[in-house]
Design a protein around this ligand. Structure first.
Ligand code: ZN
Ligand code: ZN
Length: 136
């Protein structure tokens, strides 16, 4: 049996800490307006993880859930506002991790840009990764 990868992460205030024992999926940069508002930035860097691999090891009471759309919950630290994960009703066994909150170095690189049709008008995407108008 191969040893599962292990990652740790935390929010900005450090009140909330999590561990992931398993793989982190493809990193996707999402430029949709909801991600931009939730992060206050040009895009969100998200990657799928298995729900079963994710564990909050400190500050679980700080994880606040916001119903962003009918099918998406965005979960963030109630104290400092760091976005941590989102959960979609159609894929309940996956979480979408906000990889900027990882403390463990991540070897993977982003793979694609999505919702580029709704990116901020002031943003220029400068890499050669595939770009999709919405979710491919
Ligand atoms: Zn926090
Ligand atoms: Zn998005």
């Amino acid at each position: 049996m191969s040893e599962a990868k292990q990652y740790t992460g935390s929010c900005l205030c450090g009140g909330l800490r999590y561990e992931i024992r398993g793989e982190i999926g493809d990193i996707i940069e999402c430029h949709c307006q909801r991600c931009r508002k939730a992060n206050g930035s040009a895009f969100a860097s998200n990657a799928p993880i298995r729900k079963a691999d994710f564990q909050i090891v400190q500050g679980e009471h700080l994880l606040k859930r916001f119903q962003s759309t009918e099918t998406t919950q965005r979960c963030f630290c109630a104290d400092c506002g760091s976005p941590i994960i989102s959960i979609k009703t159609e894929t309940p066994d996956l979480y979408r991790l906000r990889i900027g909150t990882l403390d463990t170095p991540l070897q993977q690189k982003p793979t694609q840009h999505i919702f580029v049709a709704s990116k901020a008008e002031w943003e220029t995407i400068c890499d050669g990764l595939p770009q999709y108008d919405e979710r491919p």
